[in-house]
Design a protein around this ligand. Structure first.
Ligand SMILES: Cc1cc2nc3c(=O)[nH]c(=O)nc-3n(C[C@H](O)[C@H](O)[C@H](O)COP(=O)(O)O)c2cc1C
Length: 425
């Protein structure tokens, strides 16, 4: 975990040499080209001052190696970038997080180039950034989002932190409950779009972790739906009790059935608390472990590719010790692999726990169903003495059909997860 202090953070915002301010080149709406296969590399100290870089960074930024070395990373800052995005970036790094973000940068000529950056704290201090060309349709969405946010920042004079809150809210509206969830999705989208553009075959571990993440999310939703269904069912027993109170014949029996049904329903509701996780207000970086796993796996592949790319780069930038940089990358890859393995193990363990609890739940539902059948039999016997009971019974039947359908889906999702973990290919 990185140990950057608040002072370091302040220093990063006020670097000794303010290169960005001294650069007066105006921005022009011309894209600086680079290939989809290429990866940018840079490593900074804890203030964001560049210590190492690769030839792609030198070429595309238009800065010479000596201009980059010792310069703050904001040397390439583009005015179309919301302040809030950089607040998110530094906030993540301060929390020891790897941060994935879309960044529009400015070359020395004032041209622009978009990257998807994966920025990571290093164990021994400082940060490392790998950047790829974003090619997924998501970039368009992000461009629009950034435009809106920059406008808001200006109009409402938002602080970077306030702007970051607006960004988080906008992402939540788009279906990403936290920035952590968004970055996992974004890195995966970009990684896959790039893989297809380059013509590489799919990575089996990525396919596995995608199945795990997507199915775990569906499973969570289904468990929440089931919980909601059981909560709504309380009205059924309430209606049954009201109905029983009006009866002349069979009052005690129907009342007893309603009471039993109610008790069993409450037991099931309690059991469900061990299964379903109610949605909570999660911090910026919170994301389900299974989702983080595929973020880590993409990151690990990217790091591996970066090492290979170093070897293939024809003109290594002067003043950079490649072996030392590769060693750092290797450490980073190992830590991504370890974290993703742990996350997948967690996904497997939770699916197995859900499987056991769902089996138990199914037995409880069977018990509940017996009471429902008793109610149906009673309705048949009471006939004209209990007009209207048929409607209650058919609502109970409908409720049980819905429960069965939810349980079937839950079992299917659990089986999919177990299969994907046990048979990764
Ligand atoms: C490893 C690392 C990589 C970074 N990469 C970029 C980048 O590509 N473009 C950029 O504008 N800022 C980048 N930053 C963030 C800058 O340090 C800075 O926070 C940002 O440009 C905003 O500067 P400002 O708040 O002074 O305007 C990076 C920071 C770190 C630590």
């Amino acid at each position: 975990m990185n140990t950057m202090t608040v002072n370091d953070f302040e220093a990063a915002k006020n670097p000794v040499q303010d290169y960005a301010r001294s650069r007066t080149v105006s921005e022009v709406n011309v894209e600086e080209p680079f290939n989809v296969e290429e990866i940018f590399f840079s490593r900074t100290d804890t203030r964001g001052v560049i210590e190492a870089y690769n030839s792609v960074f030198v070429r595309v930024s238009g800065c010479s190696a000596s201009e980059l070395k010792g310069a703050p990373h904001k040397i390439i800052r583009h005015s179309h970038m919301p302040k809030g995005v950089f607040w998110v970036l530094w906030n993540g790094l301060q929390h020891g997080q790897s941060v994935g973000a879309y960044v529009k940068n400015k070359s020395k000529d004032g041209h622009y180039y978009w990257v998807f950056a994966l920025v990571t704290p290093l164990e021994d201090g400082g940060y490392l950034s790998l950047r790829i060309k974003p090619t997924s349709p998501q970039l368009k969405l992000v461009e629009e989002l950034y435009k809106d946010i920059c406008k808001l920042e200006q109009e409402q004079n938002l602080s970077p932190e306030e702007s970051a809150k607006v960004i988080a809210q906008r992402l939540a509206d788009l279906g990403f409950p936290t920035y952590g969830a968004f970055q996992a999705h974004a890195l995966h989208q970009e990684f896959e779009a790039r893989r297809i553009a380059i013509g590489l075959p799919p990575f089996p571990d990525l396919t596995q972790s995608e199945t795990l993440a997507v199915t775990s999310e569906k499973l969570r939703q289904e468990l929440n739906n089931l919980t909601a269904e059981f909560q709504n069912a309380e009205i059924l027993t309430a209606n049954m009790k009201i109905f029983a109170a009006k009866l002349v014949v069979g009052r005690a029996t129907i009342n007893e059935i309603a009471k039993n049904y109610d008790l069993m329903l409450k037991d099931i509701q309690n059991h469900l608390k061990t299964l379903a996780v109610p949605p909570v207000d999660r911090g910026l970086w919170d994301a389900p472990k299974e989702l983080s796993a595929y973020f880590m796996i993409c990151a690990s592949h990217l790091v591996t590719e970066m090492c290979e790319f170093f070897d293939s780069e024809k003109h290594h930038s002067e003043g950079v010790d490649w072996e030392a940089e590769k060693h750092l990358l290797d450490q980073l890859r190992r830590s991504y692999d370890l974290k993703s393995e742990k996350a997948i193990e967690f996904g497997l363990q939770s699916a197995m726990a859900i499987q056991r609890r769902t089996d138990f739940l199914q037995r409880m539902v069977l018990g509940l169903s017996t009471v429902r059948i008793a109610c149906r039999v009673e309705a048949g016997m009471l006939r004209d003495h209990a007009k209207g009971l048929e409607t209650i019974v058919s609502r109970l039947d409908q409720f049980h059909d819905e429960i069965e359908a939810h349980l079937e889906k839950i079992k299917l999702y659990v089986a999919t997860i177990l299969h994907s973990v046990e048979h990764p290919d």
